[in-house]
Design a protein around this ligand. Structure first.
Ligand code: FES
Length: 439
């Protein structure tokens, strides 16, 4: 993987004891522990541009001439020393009613006890070899991949997907569904879709032990959050994204439940291992009919994180059920197929010219209406990865250092859109007159 080492993981103080300041180019960044995770915030107050990452503080208050604060906080905060603006350590939100300000997150990757800068994306250049194939069902092939050179593989976390270049040059994304602790192999599962776009057909046609493939990125747009309890919902092959989460939750003795929906057992993968787990319910729609997702959600305890991967119809139904639920729930979803092509957010107004500054490469380019930022960046001689170029795969996600993106993708959640930390440059444009991108 690419990316400079920012710090040793051990150097980040324990939660509640402040953070570690590092510098990424011109940008000061604070690294903080929150639960099991390390979060990285750009140490720049969005209001006064003063450094905010002076340490997590608990239960303090400074007066502000701009916003009225309540005294005391029951959570760790970061604080701007200029006007006293306070930011939640976990979300980066400004803790004042009516304020939409947020700190900007800096992308990092934690691997082998080190924290890496991931602002250029988790790009890898990794030749792989198919080690083993297992026919899980008539249409699902489980594939074990090892590094062609036999070396240890880059680390990943549950919810990640692997970007793979097939022999024909098609680029496809597959959820990693093996054990993240096993650095000797990656496991993916490929569902053959006769009416798909050709990638799964090709994979099933050419796959054999010894086949050479190439991995170009590992991305996690579906991480496991910290929560008091979990409800996991898998539809069909969407089980692959959730399998590694189950293992983590079991090891942590977390309170969780997985509902695995499929047409019938003969079409459902990984049943041998899932049948032995008491927290797993397998539902065959052919036998029992549709699941009452509203009832499922209604029964979840307040604060439950609902994680779902499956077809769009299932995810849409869950979104409605969670929105209507009386108790607060956190919903995270991942669609396993690009059914949202064509549903990319329609612009509210015609395209306008955008001025884009490329922070890493230097220079500012003018992106005329009708030209994507991705195309303009490439035309300027700067390389930028892409796959779908339709706003749904996440490959072209690019950190935004300044400016306000106008998001037109279907990858980012509402929360991620609100932070404006990253954008899909294949489709999205700008609300502000200009953008500064980490390219
Ligand atoms: S290339 Fe797929 S979202 Fe931009």
């Amino acid at each position: 993987m690419t990316g400079a080492v920012l710090a040793q993981l051990d150097a980040v103080p324990p939660q509640g004891s402040g953070g570690l300041q590092v510098q990424v180019g011109d940008v000061p960044v604070g690294l903080f522990r929150v639960g099991d995770e390390v979060v990285a915030w750009r140490s720049v107050c969005p209001h006064a541009a003063a450094p905010v990452c002076v340490g997590a503080v608990d239960g303090t208050r400074m007066p502000s001439a701009v916003y009225e604060y309540e005294y005391g906080r029951d959570r760790e905060i970061l604080q701007c020393p200029w006007h006293g603006w306070e930011f939640d350590l976990r979300s980066g939100e400004h803790l004042a009613a009516g304020s939409a300000a947020r700190l900007r997150r800096h992308p990092i990757r934690v691997e082998d006890g080190r924290i890496y800068d991931a602002s250029r994306g988790n790009v890898i250049d990794l030749p792989l070899t198919v080690e083993r194939l297992t026919k899980e069902t008539d249409r699902i092939l489980v594939v074990d991949l090892v590094a062609a050179g036999g070396q240890r593989l880059p680390a990943w976390t549950p919810g990640s997907h692997l970007e793979v270049v097939l022999p024909s040059g098609l680029v496809r994304h597959y959820s990693l569904c093996g054990d993240p602790r096993d650095r000797t192999k990656y496991r993916i599962a490929v569902l053959r879709e006769a009416d798909g776009r050709g990638g799964s057909e090709e994979f099933h046609r050419v796959a054999s032990a010894g086949l050479a493939l190439h991995a170009t990125a590992i991305r996690n747009r579906f991480p496991l959050p910290l929560a008091s309890s979990y409800l996991l919902v898998a539809g069909g092959i969407g089980i692959t994204a959730l399998l590694p989460m189950i293992e983590v939750l079991r090891r942590k003795r977390a309170d969780f439940r997985l509902v695995y929906l499929g047409r019938e057992r003969a079409t459902m993968a990984f049943l041998d291992e899932l049948d032995c787990i008491p927290e797993v319910t397998v539902v065959e729609s052919r036998r029992t009919g549709r699941v009452d997702l509203r009832a499922l959600v209604r029964d979840a305890a307040p604060g439950t994180a609902v994680l779902a991967c499956g077809p769009d119809a299932l995810l849409d139904e869950l979104r409605t059920a969670v929105a209507d639920a009386p108790q607060p729930l956190e919903l995270r979803t991942e669609a396993f197929q690009p059914l949202r092509v064509g549903l990319v957010t329609a612009p509210d107004r015609p395209d306008r010219d955008v001025s884009v500054t490329l922070a890493a490469s230097g220079g500012t380019i003018r992106v005329p209406a009708g030209t994507s930022i991705l195309s303009a960046v490439r035309a300027a001689g700067v390389s930028a990865g892409s796959s779908c170029e339709g706003g749904w795969c996440g490959t072209c996600e690019t950190p935004v250092l300044d400016g306000v993106p106008e998001h037109r993708d279907t990858v980012l959640s509402d929360e991620e859109r609100a932070t404006g930390d990253t954008m899909m440059i294949c489709v999205s444009r700008a609300e502000s007159a200009g953008l500064v991108l980490a390219l």
